[in-house]
Design a protein around this ligand. Structure first.
Ligand SMILES: Cc1ncc(COP(=O)(O)O)c(C=O)c1O
Length: 209
C-alpha cells in the first residue's frame, strides 16, 4: 500500500528554522565552527529541582492522565504568578495547561478557523503562525513591522489589514525573532483599533516573557 502525505501538509514549505538547524548540524559535522541561531533552544539545562520533583512524582506513582485543564497545584501556581508578576486576577476556569506553546496555538486555530478566515501576523514572525494557519485552510495576512519603529506593529496597518474575514490578530512580544516589546501606549493604540472590530480575536503569545 502506498502512503501519500495529505495535501494540506504536502503543499506547505518546510519551516525555514528546521532547514537552517539541519544545515548548521551538517556543517558542524564537517568541522565548521557554527553558532546556530535557528531554534530557540534554551542555553541552560532544566533546573535540577524540577528534574528531581518530576522523578520523585513518577516514582511515587503519579504517572496517569492528569485532569484535562492541568493539575490543580500547577493551576494554583499559575494564578499566583499572574497575580504577582502581571497584576492579573484570573480564576482557574480561565486557565488551561498544555504541552508547549505550539500545541496550544494549533488547538486554538483548529478550533476557530473556517476555510478562508484570515489571521493577521505582524512580520517578522515565528514561522509557525502562518504555516499552522495555512494547514487549517486559513489565510495568513502579513503586516510589516519596520526596524525604525522598533519592529512594533503600526496600529494603522492593523486597521487596514482587518476585513470581515479576519478571525485573529497574533501578537508576539517579546518577539521572536526581533526581540521587540510593546509598551503600554502601543497596546492602547492597538486596543483602540480592535474596539472598532469586535469580531477579531487576539492571540497574545508571551512565551518569552
Ligand atoms: C514565539 C514562539 N511561540 C511559540 C513557540 C513554541 O513553543 P513550544 O516549544 O513550547 O511549543 C516558539 C518556539 O520557538 C516561539 O518562538
Amino acid at each position: 500500500m502506498s502512503f501519500t502525505i495529505a495535501s494540506r501538509l504536502a503543499d506547505l514549505p518546510r519551516p525555514a528554522t528546521i532547514a537552517m538547524a539541519a544545515r548548521a548540524r551538517e556543517l558542524k559535522v564537517q568541522g565548521a565552527d557554527v553558532i546556530s541561531l535557528a531554534l530557540g533552544q534554551p542555553d541552560f539545562p532544566s533546573p535540577p529541582e524540577a528534574i528531581e520533583a518530576a522523578y520523585a512524582a513518577a516514582k511515587a506513582g503519579d504517572t496517569g492522565y492528569p485532569p484535562i485543564p492541568g493539575q490543580k497545584p500547577l493551576i494554583d501556581a499559575i494564578i499566583r504568578k499572574l497575580r504577582r508578576d502581571n497584576a492579573l486576577d484570573v480564576t482557574s476556569d480561565r486557565i488551561m495547561v498544555a504541552n508547549g506553546g505550539k500545541q496550544v496555538i494549533f488547538n486554538a486555530l483548529m478550533a476557530s478557523l473556517e476555510v478562508g478566515d484570515e489571521v493577521i501576523v505582524p512580520a517578522p514572525y515565528w514561522v509557525s503562525y502562518p504555516l499552522i494557519t495555512r494547514m487549517l485552510g486559513g489565510v495568513p495576512v502579513e503586516i510589516r513591522c519596520r526596524e525604525e519603529n522598533g519592529f512594533r506593529p503600526d496600529p494603522e496597518a492593523i486597521r487596514e489589514a482587518i476585513t470581515p474575514r479576519t478571525k485573529w490578530l497574533v501578537l508576539n512580544f517579546p518577539n521572536n525573532p526581533t526581540g521587540a516589546i510593546l509598551e503600554r501606549q502601543d497596546l492602547e493604540a492597538i486596543a483602540d483599533v480592535l474596539r472598532e472590530a469586535p469580531h477579531v480575536l487576539v492571540m497574545s503569545d508571551e512565551i518569552y516573557e
